[in-house]
Write a protein that binds this ligand. Structure first.
Ligand code: PLP
Length: 407
């Protein structure tokens, strides 16, 4: 009946398919143009270096930075580690206090915890029901010994966007560095390190139609000039902040992906937003008690995190296995712990477990969305029909008043 090809990929916040134009640009750098960008004595090296510098301009342009402010890394996990640990250690004499938020990605949370083990003090900002921080609480938390404030541009599980310009202004006024994990926002929300007063910003190519295993860290060069203690020593590549032979093919791919993200920004955003809205409206029209999580207004355009009360998320994911999505527990790797992000919004374990993240991308179609809406609605209705909780709700029992006994 339907022409859509399954499985359907709707997990673009986990990774995106490489754009064919990106792959095309990368190919010569696996073969003829295989040089080491650090080789100074022959054209093989010069070719590689010039390709890397073109990519550096392209990535810088995506965020309003200067090419010299871009440091190549292996992805956002490394960029976050380098920014947070690198700045914490470099500015240790100024102070040992850092600020972040409980809904950050593990690639920010874990380096912060690591620094806590080393004796640094971390203030963990909480969030409201929609995943928003309180700017007043942030202002109060910044102290004379605060060196780094790390807050993401937009959340990878619920899509809530933080007000970057306001955060940047606060940090600048109080003399703390602002690190922003912008992994999800690249190509989906406007990023401008000047207007938003960001000092350090992490990007990952595979989240915006580039290859995996390559990323960048923007490091501000003036007002202030930010310095970082390197995580990796050897050779002094990348202004001494990140040694190691550059991943030239990956970098060329990231550059082209950044160029496309800029060129296609309006079209990409309009496309994913239209599909996301179609998905949400379709699901909510048939399942009015489904709940969309996150900030309804300030959020990523491609992502929808929806809780389906009275059905179990894992069963739902199994039931819709023709669609690749993430569950409310997928982000903590193999464990079935409910998502810490959803829990920090105040969702109970039940609701967190019944949540699914749909994330759309450049290559999704309206036909795919319609197929997914049908499938999800059908499956939720089927699972509910088997759910004793749903039956009780239909009988008018208020579940919050029920006293459960554990045997
Ligand atoms: C994917 C992601 C990361 C990790 O990026 P990698 O390049 O895969 O290491 C970090 N932060 C956020 C918000 C992400 O979505």
């Amino acid at each position: 009946m339907s022409a859509v090809k399954t499985p359907i990929y709707m997990d673009n916040s986990a990774t995106t398919r490489c754009d064919p134009r990106v792959v095309e640009r990368m190919l010569p750098y696996f073969s003829e143009d295989f040089g080491n960008a650090a080789s100074r004595n022959h054209p093989f090296g010069w070719m590689a270096e010039s390709a890397v510098e073109v990519a550096r301009e392209q990535v810088a342009a995506l965020i309003g930075a200067h090419a010299k402010e871009i440091i190549w890394t292996s992805g956002s996990t490394e960029s976050n580690n380098l920014a947070i640990k690198g700045a914490a250690h470099m500015y240790e004499r100024k102070g040992r206090h850092l600020i972040t938020c409980v809904t950050e990605h593990k690639a920010v949370i874990d380096p912060m915890k690591h620094l806590e083990q080393e004796g640094f003090e971390v203030t963990w900002l909480g969030v409201d029901r929609q995943g928003r921080i309180d700017l007043g609480a942030l202002a109060d938390a910044i102290r004379p010994d605060t060196t780094v404030v790390s807050l993401m541009a937009a959340n990878n599980e619920i899509g809530t966007a933080h007000p970057l310009a306001e955060i940047g202004r606060l940090c600048k006024a109080k003399g703390a560095l602002f690190h922003c994990d912008a992994t999800q926002a690249a190509g989906r929300m406007p990023l401008d390190v000047v207007a938003q007063e960001v000092d350090l910003l992490s990007l990952s190519a595979h989240k915006f139609y580039g290859p995996k295993g390559v990323g960048a860290l923007y490091v501000r060069r003036k007002n202030p000039r930010v310095r970082l203690a390197p995580l990796v020593d050897g050779g002094g590549h990348e202004r001494g902040m990140r040694s190691g032979t550059l991943n030239v093919t990956g970098i060329v791919g990231m550059g082209e992906a950044a160029r496309l993200a800029r060129e296609c920004f309006d079209a990409d955003v309009a496309h994913v937003r239209a599909l996301r809205d179609r998905l949400e409206h379709g699901i909510l029209a048939s399942l009015p008690d489904a709940v969309v999580n996150g900030d309804p207004e300030h959020r990523l355009p491609h992502l929808s995190n929806i809780s389906f009360p009275y059905v179990e998320g894992e069963s739902l994911i199994m039931g819709i296995k023709d669609v690749a999505v993430s569950s409310g527990s997928a982000c903590t790797s193999a464990s079935l712990e409910p998502s810490y992000v959803l829990k920090s919004l105040g969702l109970g374990d039940e609701l967190a477990h019944s949540s699914i993240r749909f994330s759309l991308g450049r290559f999704n179609t309206a036909e795919e969305v319609d197929f997914v809406v049908d499938l999800v609605v059908r499956e939720v209705l089927r699972l509910r029909a088997m759910s004793p909780l749903w039956e009780m709700v239909q009988e008018g029992i208020d579940l919050s008043q029920v006293k459960w006994t554990v045997h």
